[in-house]
Design a protein around this ligand. Structure first.
Ligand SMILES: *[C@@H]1O[C@H](CO)[C@@H](O)[C@H](O)[C@H]1NC(C)=O
Ligand SMILES: *[C@@H]1O[C@H](CO)[C@@H](O)[C@H](O)[C@H]1NC(C)=O
Ligand SMILES: *[C@@H]1O[C@H](CO)[C@@H](O)[C@H](O)[C@H]1NC(C)=O
Length: 338
């Protein structure tokens, strides 16, 4: 038996082939890196690495990667105004709204089409600030155009005019989390059964404490009891042949129990979380507002006819001067006094 002679020629051909493969693989890798660097899929900066590019996939998912940054203050109703307006402004400018990962409305609504970032990163991203300058219930047309990525938008932005062309998107954003929506639905069904009612009218009774410091100069005026009776009569007349259940959610249970003690009225459980009250009121067929942005949103989301209190704020007060009534109340809503 003889060992086969090593075929040097064949070995050389083998190594040549392998080298060609290596060069090819290297070349492909190099080209891909160049492509990525040029078109930018991933952007790394001192804020950590995040996508900010024009990559097609990113654009399809979020719109443009150009961030509009919004921080939030106040309670649920305030935050809803800030979110709705900022989202609409971002959309109009083909930007992506960036909010804090701690944004409380996430727990209430099934929010979409936005980006979450830790607050410290959001703060570092800001290169430009724009604001409504404290005139929160006045529409500022100039805020609809944002000229720069990474602009921080400030203010309470309490005007429906910011999002009037994106109504369906805003309604889609404010879809309640399923557990809240179901609880509200069950409650309304129960109330309708007890009252043998075909129609529900949601009533928000917010009793702003007028002895609170500064309340008078600011110009808050809590609706008197006559306003609620008149508004209830208004809907009783409007739906004259149907049984109506008036569902009152309030921050002043004892005042309502004493002053609006009527057989057609049901009071929401005082231990309800605010989100559940909002879901209940927004599922009613019509709305009676008192004061404040919480009741505003309940009325807006319910989509039925709305009565609001026209006596707030007190004319000439601070709140009155920072407000354009037509920017705050919708044109088809009905104003009533006592
Ligand atoms: C934007 O406003 C914040 C305060 O809200 C401030 O800390 C920051 O320095 C401002 N940034 C620019 C670029 O003006
Ligand atoms: C509400 O009215 C009923 C009778 O109409 C009365 O029995 C009840 O005590 C009243 N409740 C309050 C809190 O005034
Ligand atoms: C009232 O609202 C409920 C939903 O909460 C709806 O199912 C019902 O059809 C509405 N009734 C009328 C008369 O619009």
């Amino acid at each position: 038996m003889t060992r086969p002679v090593v075929n040097i020629r064949a070995d050389i051909r083998k190594y040549e082939k392998m080298a060609k493969h290596c060069i090819f693989i290297f070349f492909v890798g190099f080209s891909v890196s160049l492509f990525v660097l040029n078109f930018g899929w991933f952007y790394t900066s001192e804020y950590g690495s995040y996508t900010i590019s024009n990559s097609k996939e990113y654009t399809l998912k979020y719109g443009s990667g150009c961030p509009l940054i919004k921080q939030f203050a106040g309670r649920t109703g305030n935050q809803m105004f800030m979110f709705a307006s900022a989202f609409a402004i971002a959309k109009k400018n083909k930007m992506t709204l960036h909010v804090s990962t701690k944004f409380p409305l996430r727990r209430i609504f099934r929010l979409k089409w936005i980006e979450y970032r830790p607050t410290d990163i959001l703060n570092k991203m800001v290169v430009n600030n724009v604001s409504d300058n404290g005139e929160s219930a006045t529409f500022h047309l100039d805020l609809m155009t944002i000229n720069m990525c990474n602009t921080q938008l400030s203010g309470y932005l309490q005007s429906w005019r910011y999002f009037s062309t994106y109504t369906s998107e805003i309604k889609a954003q404010f879809q309640f989390q399923a557990s809240i929506a179901n609880q509200a639905q069950d409650y309304i069904k129960e109330v309708m059964k007890i009252h043998n009612a075909f129609i529900t009218v949601g009533v928000h009774v917010r009793r702003y404490k007028l002895d609170r410091p500064g309340a008078k100069t600011k110009g808050y005026r809590t609706p008197p009891v006559e306003y609620y009776h008149n508004a209830i009569d208004h809907f009783t007349n409007l739906y004259h042949n149907l049984n109506i259940a008036f569902i009152i959610c309030t921050d002043d249970y004892y005042w309502v129990a004493q002053n609006l003690n009527r057989s057609d009225v049901t009071l929401c459980n005082t231990h309800n979380p605010a989100a559940l009250d909002l879901a209940i009121l927004s599922q009613c067929n019509a709305s009676i507002m008192s004061i404040g942005s919480f009741g505003w949103w309940a009325a807006y989301l319910s989509e039925g006819p709305v009565v609001y209190y026209g006596g707030n704020p007190i004319p000439g007060s601070d709140n009155d001067q920072s407000m354009v009534r037509g920017d705050y109340f919708l044109p088809h809503w009905t104003s009533m006094l006592e």
